[in-house]
Design a protein. Sequence first.
Length: 766
Amino acid sequence: MLGASLSLYTVEHREPKAGSLRGGQLAKGVTNWEAIEITIDILRVVTLLGLILFYCLFIALYALKQRRAKQKQSGAPGETTSLLNGHVVENGTVQGHDYGSPDAGWVRPTKLPSKSWWEYLRGYSLFFPYLWPAKSRRLQIIVVICFVLVMGARVINLLVPMQVESITNILADPEGKHPGVPWGQICLYIFYRLMQGGNGALGALRSTLWVPVSQYSYQELSTATFEHVHGLSLDFHLGKKTGEVLSALSKGSSINTFLEQVTFQVVPMLIDLGVAIGYFLIAFDSYYALVVAIITFAYLYLTIRLAQWRAEIRREMVNSSRQEDAVKNDSMMSYETVKYFNAEDYEFNRYRNAVKDYQKAEYKVLISLNIMNVSQNLVFTLGLMVLCFLAAYQVTTGQKKVGKFVNMLTYMAQLQGPLNFFGTFYRSIQSAMINSERMLELFKEKPTVVDEPDSQPLPSCQGEIRFNDVQFAYDPRKPALHGTSFCCAPGSTTALVGESGGGKSTVFRLLFRFYNITGGSIQVDGHDVKSITIDSLRRHIGVVPQDTVLFNESLMYNLKYANPSATDEDVYAACRAASIHEKILGFPDGYNARVGERGLKLSGGEKQRVAIARTIIKDPRIILLDEATAALDSETEQHIQEALEKLSQGRTTLVIAHRLSTITTADQILVLHSGQVVEHGTHEELLALKGRYASMWRKQIRAQRAAEEAKLLSDRAEKLRKELQGDDSNSQSEDERNVNSQKDDSQAAAGTGSAHGHHDLPHGHP
């Protein structure tokens, strides 16, 4: 182009003249206007070469930066590392877990990942199978129809300015070739406008048809995330923050919004921009197309750069919002703890500070948004000004009709919509990605305990349990079990005792497949638990935990939770066996009574008996009792013990007990110390050994007698107080009889303890 201009203007030629194809007077040199045009051509060529050079340098520097980053990270996690710094799980074990940080397994992202946008977007590709309606042919047809409607809307966008041009030329016809009002042209224009835009007929029809597709995507994605979280292993749930997880689970709509924006706004926007450049090139001339291309490039470049600048600011706001949600949820869930310690003011201030942090970040986001909007509007307005000057000049010189000017204004007004949306979309896509990062992190978390490829279901269970030299550690630096071995015969009762941290609860968790062992083997009926599917194994195990958590539903709902197919009569029979049936009938709503959040409307003994009844309804062959009576009073404990005896009949039972008096009749007692079985045998055999178990027994007997003596002294003090207050003699004699009766009961209990081996204790010890 530059060479052609120079060769043209350096020879004899005619000056260009508006409205004349032949040109003006003959020129032998370069005129002033021609010199300006050559200068502009030179600047254009130099600018083009500069952009190419800048692009090449940018690519080279970026490649160098990536190479250096890989060199620095040599030996660090590579392509298999979680996209947003989550930990990688392979072969059922956590790799690279930072045990020094409580939240190392699920870290909140604080900055954009050091990957390209393509790699960043590719990380979200795991959501796509849930977004495409693969299960419904009808929805797939609807998607195709929606795309057809989008293409139809693009055609309408092109016809509207052309129709405006036609009407304007008719109304502005100076020669009167088209007398009268162009009714047909105006009606056609109104029809086009009725079809045009997101609020037009085509847009409304597309939005209506897309509703079931959007609902399908949200349902599939949200359900898949919920199922995935439930499928994660215990180590994740022990380290999670419930508020954070709930916040992440609610981000399914962000992914759905992102899909709809890309499909029906970004793709049409790119088509509109391409059509606009081509339309101006054909309907006007190359200068219009060049200006539109420059506007588009400058607008998009400015938007991307400013959005990248705003990314960190927006991320800070999103993280602050999550922190606000986490504080709110944690405080609500710990309502009782707040009240116990009169910490209302502390919680109010903590939440107020979280809100302030969010508002500070929000202020920065809004200010940066205004800066971005003003900059975008300035770029577009400058481009529009150039086009208006150019079109006005051509109209006034007679090169074009006034309809072209109106056409240009109309089309540019339509073009501003897609450009403005690109700025909005770039912000919203960042918001959707940042909001959905937590959901992405949940998907990238893998369960550490999964079925082996060749595992088979356990069809039946007799209840034989074997631990063979089991090795396990929560933290490699401190083993929890090392060399633990024991056997439980079918139908027997085995008690686990020992100090806290000895490994009792770990035995339960490993048997229930909450964790994978690191050495040895665990067998049920001769089958290694790793060769059995987790679901079939857990169906044969019933657990009565120390702290029973119930759903905030009716008692009948909670009882049938163990077996939804159980009849009401099955529930009544289980409750009778657990000594809770009559108690439930005494409630105003009976079995329809709601138990409150986590079952807090029930007492500790009632919750435990409900848990026992629920386990009876499940009817497992193996029972795990995790100190089910530790926090109960003596009378309630007696009822619970009777219910547990009925529950354990004919079943293999493992009991964690701190009150040794509750397990004296166990078939075998295992004393665990530092992850090993240091003593085992019956109650009498262990007392005869005079080891750890005997020492624990002496301490508990001593504590029990001290409690009885304190009770006796308290009763005597109460009796003396009543005497001083002038109580009658009948009341006094009644108190004496009560005290003597309790004393006799105490002596009888001591005699019972002696019968269980107290005679084996050394002299001088209680």
